[in-house]
Design a protein around this ligand. Structure first.
Ligand SMILES: CC(C)(COP(=O)(O)OP(=O)(O)OC[C@H]1O[C@@H](n2cnc3c(N)ncnc32)[C@H](O)[C@@H]1OP(=O)(O)O)[C@@H](O)C(=O)NCCC(=O)NCCS
Length: 153
């Protein structure tokens, strides 16, 4: 069996010229993908936003981002390309995102996740997140509810 850690991995800040490759992951991972313009706004215009990518052999296989305002961070987006899931890229990237939040003095991290997305929920619970709320009909494509999950650092 392949060791899930055997592929090399590097986490670094996302740059504007990464967007085309990030969009490949975004469109693979989500039914309502963000547009190129959304990423351009986040990286170029939003002073509260911070985004990271994870690479293997120079290929971007995932990315994640958050808004940090005062002592709170809100995860806006987080995905690993389906061809690279189950190799701990998600955990490693998410750990790097939490480390980044700590550098900014963040005390609390929140996110929304589809109630059907058990895989992501399990990952978040691994990092200590707990379910603290329910947003009814949060996802407009299917009207699915979202759990709000929170980590008190
Ligand atoms: C959620 C996601 C980022 C996880 O990425 P990943 O690289 O596969 O995650 P990892 O390999 O690091 O696994 C992390 C944990 O996820 C869970 N997990 C992984 N594969 C799983 C599976 N097939 N079934 C259930 N849980 C699974 C486990 O808790 C695992 O930890 P463990 O290996 O200690 O058991 C990825 O599935 C994804 O991009 N999904 C689509 C986008 C998405 O849902 N983003 C989150 C929006 S809120």
């Amino acid at each position: 069996m392949t060791n899930p850690q055997s592929l090399p991995r590097t986490v670094r800040k996302m740059h504007l010229d990464d967007i085309a490759k990030v969009l490949v992951v975004e469109r693979d991972a989500f039914t309502m993908p963000w547009s190129e313009q959304a990423f351009l706004n986040e990286l170029g215009k939003n002073p509260f936003a911070t985004y990271q990518v994870i690479e293997t052999h120079g290929q971007i296989v995932g990315y994640g981002g958050m808004w940090i305002v005062m002592y709170e961070a809100h995860i806006t987006n987080f995905a690993i390309h389906s061809s690279f899931r189950g190799h701990s890229f998600g955990k490693e990237l998410f750990q790097a995102m939490l480390d980044e939040a700590v550098k900014y003095g963040v005390k609390k991290v929140t996110l929304e996740v589809r109630v059907s997305n058990h895989r992501a929920q399990k990952l978040y619970q691994h990092f200590g997140f707990v379910k603290t709320g329910l947003e009814v009909g949060y996802y407009t494509d299917t009207n699915e509810d979202a759990y709000v999950m929170t980590l008190e650092m």
